[in-house]
Ligand binder design. Structure first.
Ligand SMILES: [Zn+2]
Length: 252
């Protein structure tokens, strides 16, 4: 039975490790997905910024052509001023000239502020493009590394599962059934008893059961948490005999 308990412990160690590795492997695609999501958001942001800049540039070139028209108007008005014959006509032309000049000045101020905004937008875009490049490189590296990690985990899993199956084969069918049932319900199915206390639930083990555990010739369950329990000292002794009875048994 001691051998069976040992096998169960080994089985449990392997099962726990297998579970942990499978969890780690499952988490990898989600991590990559998150990173790709970040990348997409930065790409979208950059796309919006470029779109806005394009609109601003369009507005700017429209405004510039408007200003050229106004300049033409202005020189026409100036030419007209030289040709007027009456003072009334002169005043009217002068007023027209003033209005055109004012409009041109306003347009120029506006154009200047738009040009500044465009410049700022361009440097912001350049910054974001650099960030995006970095992020892309990072994601690519992570993807490659993830493949490596998955391969490592798969290799480790294969080895662990083979070892686990070997141990499982040597476990008695009824013991195995108990182990699997407890494991399903409790996670940890096999726990040591230290100082007459079950390490699974921290409850005291009744003296009679503790005596039985010290003999180590049966599979016993903790009366409180119903896990398979064994006396910790029983597993510590490498010669296969319980520590406290080792002297008596040495003659056998
Ligand atoms: Zn217990």
């Amino acid at each position: 039975m001691r051998e069976q308990l040992k096998l169960l412990e080994e089985l449990q160690r392997h099962d726990a490790k297998i579970q942990e590795l499978e969890g780690a492997k499952r988490a990898i695609p989600a991590q990559l997905e998150n990173m790709r999501g970040d990348l997409m958001r930065v790409e979208e942001l950059l796309g919006r910024e470029c779109g806005e800049l394009q609109e601003t540039e369009k507005w700017r070139s429209d405004k510039e052509s408007e200003m050229r028209d106004e300049e033409t108007q202005l020189s026409k008005a100036k030419a007209k001023l030289g040709q007027v014959k009456t003072s009334k006509e002169y005043m009217a032309t002068q007023r027209e000239l003033e209005t055109t000049r004012k409009m041109a000045a306003e347009a120029e101020t506006k154009l200047l502020s738009v040009m500044q905004a465009s410049e700022q937008a361009r440097s912001r875009i350049a910054e974001h493009e650099a960030e995006l490049d970095k992020l892309r490189t990072h994601v690519t590296t992570e993807e490659q590394e993830a493949q490596g990690r998955i391969a490592t985990i798969d290799a480790e899993l294969e080895k662990l599962k083979a070892e686990r199956d070997d141990a499982a084969k040597a476990v008695r069918a009824d013991v195995m059934k108990k182990y699997s049932a407890i494991r399903m319900r409790r996670g940890l199915a096999v726990v040591p008893v230290r100082n007459a206390t079950c390490s699974g639930c921290n409850m005291n083990i009744p003296p009679q059961l503790f005596n039985t555990l010290q003999r180590g010739d049966s599979i016993e369950l903790c009366p409180s948490c119903h896990r398979i329990v064994y006396w910790d000292k029983l597993m510590e002794n490498p010669d296969g005999k319980p520590v406290e009875v080792a002297q008596e048994s040495s003659s056998q």
